[in-house]
Design a protein around this ligand. Structure first.
Ligand code: SF4
Ligand code: FES
Length: 328
């Protein structure tokens, strides 16, 4: 509806403006007294009507954040632009929400509809659209790429956009809570500042001795397939934070840097283009870094991208041991 209306405006502009100009020129040639008064006034009036109608269309549209038609909290409202999809079976979704004013958790249960294609994220967005627009969710790509929709579903840290609601609920009920390995911000949204700081602390970029050459390289840094295979799996990290949430060590000892940052140390340490070499290795030679890992493996189980942080940490430990033994 919106698209067709805008299409009419565009065609009206493309065809209408030259036609009006032709009429003006013809009127001027024929000596008409209206050529430069009445016709431009009509044109200006038409543009004002189009403009006001376009702005009203944007402001009154239900998806516009400040829309007067926005759905109010609690009351289920029909959205004519995008009617609610009620196909599938009803599922009870209990969401443990962090209240950032009282600093307490409240559990609210909603009803969503699940068919074999419904994701947990899709159901939560449906709840936000039609039942409770105060529900805060962080998401972006909806396809397991951006890493922003991590939460705990039935006790497991997962990406909500990659989790099938039917599978986890069995067509009955499901429990959702925020990841607790990160401080909660609001509802199921976690604060990632500390997580990103851990990531940044390991210098997660290619290091070159000649920094100028890095930013003005005359040719590409050639690599063999073997060079690529060494670090490629660890470069798939999307920084979703699920591994940190699943790690029992980081949850009991916050000083342990955690699996994500350590996997990135190995990612750059094993990249033939990186020239930081063993300095990366020795930077993590402590109980708060590589030696803090107790190899529970839960980080690798939780990782949605197959990064295997637990494996990367064992490879770091192996190389550290080799270097320590060589020194002795
Ligand atoms: S290693 Fe895996 S689980 Fe951890 S942040 Fe990266 S993608 Fe997410
Ligand atoms: S929304 Fe991007 S990973 Fe889920």
């Amino acid at each position: 509806m919106r698209a067709s209306r805008y299409t009419i405006f565009v065609y009206a502009g493309i065809i209408g403006v030259p036609v009006v100009m032709l009429v003006m020129v013809a009127g001027f040639a024929l000596g008409s007294p209206y050529a430069f008064t009445l016709i431009p006034m009509l044109l200006a009036l038409a543009l004002i009507v189009f403009g006001v109608s376009g702005i009203a269309d944007i402001y009154l549209h239900p998806t516009y954040p400040g829309s007067m038609k926005r759905i109010s909290n609690g009351a289920e409202t029909e959205n004519k632009a995008r009617p609610r999809d009620r196909s599938g079976v009803p599922v009870a979704i209990s969401i443990k929400r962090f209240n950032n004013e009282t600093k307490q958790f409240d559990i609210t249960t909603y009803e969503a509809y699940a068919n074999d294609r419904t994701t947990v994220l899709g159901a939560m967005l449906d709840i936000k659209d039609y039942q409770d627009n105060t529900l805060s969710i962080r998401c972006n790509c909806r396809m397991g790429i951006c890493g922003s929709c991590g939460m705990v579903v039935n006790g497991k840290p997962v990406l909500a956009c990659e989790t099938n609601l039917m599978k986890v609920s069995g067509g009955g009920a499901v429990e959702i809570s925020p990841m607790l390995g990160h401080p909660a911000l609001k509802d199921v949204v976690a604060d990632f500042e500390d997580f990103f700081n851990r990531h940044k602390s390991v210098s997660p970029t290619l290091y070159r001795d000649d920094q100028k050459e890095k930013y003005a390289a005359r040719k590409e840094y050639a690599q063999s397939k073997e060079d690529l295979d060494r670090y490629l799996p660890y470069s798939y990290c999307i920084m979703c934070g699920l591994c940190l949430d699943a790690c029992p060590v980081v949850n009991s000892n916050p000083n342990f840097i955690g699996p994500q940052a350590l996997s990135q140390v190995y990612r750059y340490y094993s990249d033939s283009r990186d020239q930081k070499g063993k300095r990366r290795l020795f930077d993590v030679d402590s109980v708060e870094d590589a030696w803090g890992c107790e190899f529970s493996g839960s980080c690798s189980t939780a990782c949605p991208k197959g990064v295997d942080p637990a494996g990367a940490i064992q490879l770091l430990k192996g190389d550290l041991m080799k270097n320590i033994l060589e020194k002795e």
